[in-house]
Design a protein around this ligand. Structure first.
Ligand SMILES: Nc1ncnc2c1ncn2[C@@H]1O[C@H](COP(=O)(O)OP(=O)(O)O)[C@@H](O)[C@H]1O
Ligand SMILES: [Mg+2]
Length: 222
């Protein structure tokens, strides 16, 4: 579709805006597709020209590459299309972000822990670290966990924009990002299952090797 026609299609078929976007943030919305399904469209249409052409494009390119590489993994939404260099269309997950789920009102099944373990082991085995899962270790998750609990009972990792590839990264740095990813399990345990102190990941944030901790501090990940 030519650019102007595509932009009109998007405006006319936006079902909901999930994130308004801004100078340095992507606009994220649910888009009705011609076949009646709904997909998630992420673009940098609100960013200024320079940001869109540089960091925006790199970010979309990186996220698309990570989706393509993780395509076989259950729990990572499928990449559906790259409408243009500034946007990507991915499978929309019906569910809720973990940071919006309150422990007091919602009981998550403990199976979520095994799903997180499998998902992260699978992702890392494919040579990809997510690198942006939650922002602390006490279960508070910060403003955006980038993890959804699907209505189908599956845990989903979204927002692969910061993904790091083993093939393009020094081994100790890649390992540090994998450590950071695995802390997701610590966060889920501490927020939703505070009495499960017997699980190996419960105190993992205190057991991180000093070298990995130094890398993550340097990269402002902890
Ligand atoms: N595939 C998806 N299905 C449903 N909701 C999603 C999906 N991807 C992202 N979201 C929701 O949109 C929010 C913003 O998208 P995200 O990719 O995290 O943008 P940003 O890179 O700016 O953080 C996410 O926190 C999540 O709640
Ligand atoms: Mg995000």
């Amino acid at each position: 579709m030519p650019g102007a026609e595509w932009r009109r299609y998007v405006e006319e078929n936006t079902q909901a805006v999930l994130q308004v976007g801004g100078q340095d943030r992507a606009r994220v919305r649910l888009l009705r597709c011609p076949d009646g399904s709904v997909a998630l469209l992420k673009d940098f249409s609100r960013a200024n020209w320079l940001y869109r052409q540089t960091i925006g494009r790199l970010s979309i390119h990186n996220e698309s590459a990570a989706h393509a590489a993780a395509d076989s993994l259950r729990g990572v939404p499928r990449l559906l299309a790259r409408p243009n260099a500034d946007s990507l269309l991915v499978e929309a997950v019906a569910g809720r972000s973990l940071n919006t789920i309150a422990r007091e009102t919602h009981r998550l099944p403990f199976e979520i822990i095994e799903q997180a373990r499998q998902l992260l082991t699978g992702l890392h085995a494919l040579g990809i670290a997510h690198a942006d899962l939650g922002h602390d270790a006490d279960g508070w998750f910060g403003r955006d966990a980038n993890v959804l609990w699907g209505e189908d009972g599956q845990l989903y990792l979204v927002d692969l924009a910061s993904a790091v590839f083993r093939s393009r990264c020094p081994a100790p740095v890649f390992e540090a990002f994998c450590w950071h990813d695995r802390l997701l399990i610590t966060k889920i345990l501490r927020r939703f299952f505070p009495d499960r102190q017997d699980e190996p990941e419960f105190h993992m944030h205190q057991q991180m090797p000093a070298s990995q901790r130094r890398w993550l501090k340097l990269l402002k990940k902890i």
